[in-house]
Design a protein around this ligand. Sequence first.
Ligand code: SF4
Length: 195
Amino acid sequence: MTLSRRLIVQANGPWCERLKVLFDRMDQAYGCVAGAYGFHCRGCEDNCCYSRFYHHTLLEYAYLHQGMGTLDHGTRETILQKAADVVAQSNSADKHGHDLKIMCPLNAQGRCLLYTFRPMVCRLHGLDHELCKPGQAPVKSIGCDLFRKQTEQMMYIPFDRTPFYKDMAQLESEFRLKTGIMDRMKYTIAEMLLL
Ligand code: SF4
């Protein structure tokens, strides 16, 4: 059985339910803060789906593949072809030392085809936010260009990603201990789709 099949089987049920609960909490917190700013993401030239985000958890990987299972055969095939193209172009750009911005293979006409199943980074991107490490001052980071433009001169509204990162790490660690799957994860969406 391939890694993705094994993961999907093992992540089914309670693990994915727990991941969904965590994702709901992220979405709610994000929605509250975005709403307080009056920030709306309606796509932009510097679309974050062009960013090369890496994802690090087996559970998000398994959940994304579960999402693929909800799509019809033709859509899945189109996505997989695009993913192969994205990986080939990215590898070539890396080899030649070029920066490459290339659209995520799941984005079709500005819409994420697996929106419900998208990973944490896609859910939290955009807003000014902070991270708190024990014994250290919070580290603040700025949001995306569209957010900065829309919220110019507004005061920072606290958006602490720390509890979400911690809970994701905890859930992933429990899943790995339970399943004994210790494979290292550092993959883009395109790479995850092809595994
Ligand atoms: S998974 Fe969806 S939200 Fe995330 S980068 Fe791809 S298209 Fe955009």
